[in-house]
Design a protein around this ligand. Structure first.
Ligand code: DAH
Length: 344
């Protein structure tokens, strides 16, 4: 009799464990068979077991087995009803409705080009430096050899915070900050934001990005400058890009040059090209040999060291890479524009 009771208790526990796992009709049928199948179901076996008991034990045993059978049947009925209820019988969403598209972010084209530029210079062993966007007159102008009231400052007008503080007009002040901190050899680039007093138009913005470069060591010559920039421009565009150096003027370099590439839009073949205006050339960066006066301003001996520097506008570079006709598109935040450059 005790064996029978134990057996029933064990089966009851097993049933209670199995019931919550029943999630569809097939599983329900399996559970039903396991307990109620006439041939091998647990209940049939329990009735078999009863047969071997003494006659006086049979009524009590019969009660035990029957009450277990009722429990099993009522539980199976409950599960059956649950499976038919809407929440269990199928999804409550309307699968015929159109899906909600999820938005995938895309890198901004300026960021893409900035990273491409960084990768090329990192490969050449340059470090990446940083500097403040708000500068003093000394770093933005004076240390770079722009004396107070010098007319060269007129090309670099900006927003002044007070008489001495301004939003930097170029990334060149980072040259000074790096040379103050580190002794040569120096090989660095500095990508960052710059500000000018400009009204936005297709070729001007009041805020844009530049990448500055500086190399200082013993025996650095213009040939190093030329070789470095040629390697860079070929890596950024393509191997057969045309490159030319034009004499120019910057207060902080001597000699100075402006560097042009062959027009990436018309290849110099269209007289009415909107991008190169028919000249076949696009001005891509300013460069030169560091002026000895700049070295003196940071206590580097110009008799021992020489160096070159360069600076380029990132939006312009992106404009030529992606053939974008108007600089203002970069900052209008029109997602239809920005998403075009994702490599997804
Ligand atoms: N700072 C200059 C500008 O904003 C660009 C430039 C020219 C940077 C010559 C340089 C350089 O480092 O050597 O127009």
């Amino acid at each position: 009799m005790e064996t029978l009771k134990n057996r029933i208790q064990g089966l009851r526990d097993q049933f209670a464990q199995a019931a919550p796992q029943v999630l569809d009709q097939a599983a329900l049928q399996e559970l039903r068979n396991l307990y109620l199948s006439r041939k091998k179901g647990h209940l049939t076996q329990l009735f078999e077991l009863m047969k071997g008991l003494a006659p006086e034990q049979k009524p009590a045993a019969g009660q035990e087995v029957n009450s277990f059978k009722q429990y099993v049947q009522s539980e199976l009925d409950r599960l059956e009803k649950e499976l038919q209820a809407p929440s269990r019988s199928g999804p409550s969403v309307d699968l015929t409705l159109p899906g909600r598209a999820s938005y995938w972010g895309a890198p901004h084209p300026v960021l893409l080009i900035k990273e491409r530029i960084e990768q090329i210079f990192l490969r050449m062993g340059f470090s990446i430096e940083d500097g403040p966007e708000m500068e003093t007159d000394f770093y933005n102008f004076e240390a770079l050899n722009f004396p107070p009231h010098h007319p060269a400052r007129d090309d670099w007008d900006t927003l002044y915070i007070d008489d001495d503080l301004l939003l930097r007009t170029h990334t060149s002040p980072v040259q000074i900050r790096v040379m103050e901190k580190k002794k040569p050899p120096i090989r660095m680039i500095n990508p960052g934001k710059v500000f000018r007093k400009e009204t936005p138009d297709p070729t001007h913005l009041p805020m844009f990005f530049q990448v500055e470069g500086l190399v200082v060591d013993h025996g650095i010559t213009f040939a190093h400058l030329k070789g470095t920039l040629e390697y860079f421009l070929k890596a950024l565009y393509h191997d057969s890009i045309k490159i030319r150096f034009r004499p120019s003027f910057f207060p902080f370099t001597e000699p100075s040059a402006e560097v042009d590439i062959g027009c990436t839009v018309c290849n110099g073949e269209e007289d009415d090209c909107r991008v190169c205006k028919g000249t076949g050339w696009l001005e891509i960066l300013g460069a030169g040999m560091v002026d000895p006066q700049v070295f003196k301003n940071v206590n580097i001996d110009p008799e021992k060291y020489s160096g070159f520097a360069f600076g380029m506008g990132v939006e312009r570079t992106a404009m030529f890479s992606f053939q974008i006709p108007d600089l203002r598109y970069f900052y209008e935040n029109d997602l239809r524009f920005i998403r075009q450059f994702s490599k997804k």
